[in-house]
Design a protein around this ligand. Structure first.
Ligand SMILES: Cc1ncc(COP(=O)(O)O)c(C=O)c1O
Length: 416
């Protein structure tokens, strides 16, 4: 059982959270578009650039240090996603670019008449790479429907995943509704049909523990800038698949291992920052009572147990506050008994003003948040939210109950 998070102490690691305008401190409810960063992450990046900056694979000290840092970052990221094999970790520009790259390579093995399955709940970065690759390979695309409460329709998934399915692309949690999807069940359906499962864990990664083996998926992607790191994308793939799938690359670069998938020179300072972000989360785990001598993976278990508990409390308070405002349409699960099925990402449509106007008024009150569809265009369309979309309040573990109360009080006034 983890101790509660000491949020006051943790906030001190994030200089960005001190932003204020006059006597009003900023409220960062824009986490799903990118989190704030602990000082240790920026320090690791600047230290890398100032002291160890080099290309990798050389005999001299800075190059060796770069190799060692990348190896450490791969090992840490493998722990972060729940793998025990650092060679399963590929770093890249961002999730979208990595997914387009992977989709193109996998599609070479697809044949006309075969099928790819995407969902109506996903961010477009987990839809279009597959749709375009399917188009080029002459494959059909099936879409798993969402129910009006924003959960994925598992009966529809069982219908759509069939003998011709080659790959199912599904998000671990929606960046619009916050709903957590039953990915292990979907991966099981895919496996039973001989299909691969690709998981977009970008939204979920700062909120809960990733466990690729338990999910039973084949690929999983996330982005360090959503979990307190810099703008770096991460792709995890089962080693045998990364090895046996041909990847477009230049001739001198390695033919094996994760490096085969990394085109061009890597963003080494970003990789150093990604390692520091995972170190930060490991420190959180040790502070909430991971046993002395516990491995990094165990410390991450403890960190996310404490983060989930804190975030559920915030989500409960935010949902209760919003539900009490007349005319609010909240997207996604609102039942206080179902908080374990959602992230603390709460989207809503007020009776007035429009989400865009509301975001501007909140910005004037130093509340950082996003209006629109957040690129979850299929979900926004399926739930009848286009063209204005929603106002999204995305919370992270560094947010507080006081911030929730302040924003709810503002909304009561601005949406009256
Ligand atoms: C759920 C989800 N998937 C994918 C992406 C795209 O990630 P990236 O910016 O790393 O390409 C985002 C970005 O907001 C996202 O929220």
């Amino acid at each position: 059982m983890a101790l509660p998070l000491d949020v006051t102490a943790l906030r001190r690691h994030f200089p960005g959270l001190l932003r204020a305008h006059g006597d009003r401190t900023a409220v960062f409810f824009d986490g799903p578009a990118g989190s704030q960063v602990p000082r240790s992450v920026a320090d690791a990046m600047s230290q890398y650039l100032l002291l160890d900056n080099a290309n990798h694979g050389g005999a001299f000290s800075t190059s060796r240090n770069t190799d060692a840092m990348v190896a450490n970052a791969r090992a840490a990221t493998a722990d972060f996603v729940g793998s025990d094999d650092p060679e399963e970790i590929v770093f890249g520009a961002n999730m979208t670019t990595l997914t387009f790259h992977l989709a193109r390579q996998l599609a070479r093995t697809w044949r006309a008449g075969e099928e790819i399955v995407v969902t109506d709940s996903d961010h477009d970065a987990n839809v279009m790479p597959w749709v375009l690759a399917a188009r080029d390979a002459g494959c059909q695309v099936q879409r798993i429907a969402v129910r009006p409460d924003s959960t994925l329709d598992l009966d529809d998934a069982a219908r759509k995943i069939g003998p011709r399915t080659r790959l199912v692309a599904v998000g671990l949690a929606s960046n619009l509704s916050g709903t957590i999807h039953p990915v292990a069940r979907i991966a099981e359906l895919a496996r039973a049909r001989g299909a691969l499962t690709f998981v977009d864990a970008v939204h979920y990664a700062p909120h809960g523990r990733l466990q690729v083996r338990e999910l039973g998926c084949d690929f999983l992607s996330c982005s360090a800038y959503k979990f307190f790191g810099p703008h770096v994308g991460v792709l995890w793939g089962r080693r045998v698949l990364l090895e046996e799938t041909a990847a477009d690359k230049v001739r001198p670069s390695p033919n094996h291992g994760a490096e085969k998938w990394q085109t061009g020179t890597a963003n080494f300072e970003g990789i150093a920052g990604t390692l520091a972000a995972i170190d930060y989360l490991t420190m959180v785990g040790r502070n909430v009572g991971a046993p002395v001598g516990a491995s990094r993976a165990m410390a991450l278990d403890a960190a996310f147990a404490a983060i989930e508990a804190h975030e559920r409390e915030l989500a409960g308070a935010l949902l209760a506050g919003l539900t009490a405002i007349p005319g609010m349409r909240i997207v996604g699960l609102t039942d206080p008994h179902r908080l374990a099925e959602r992230c603390p990402t709460v989207s809503f449509v007020p009776k007035h003003p429009t989400p865009d106007e509301l975001a501007q008024r909140l910005a004037a009150e130093q509340v950082h948040c996003w209006p629109g569809n957040s690129y979850a265009i299929a979900l926004s369309t399926a739930l009848g939210l286009e063209p204005n979309g929603v106002l999204r309040l995305g919370l992270l573990h560094y947010n507080t109950r006081e911030e929730v109360e302040r924003v709810v009080a503002l909304l009561r006034r601005l949406c009256a």
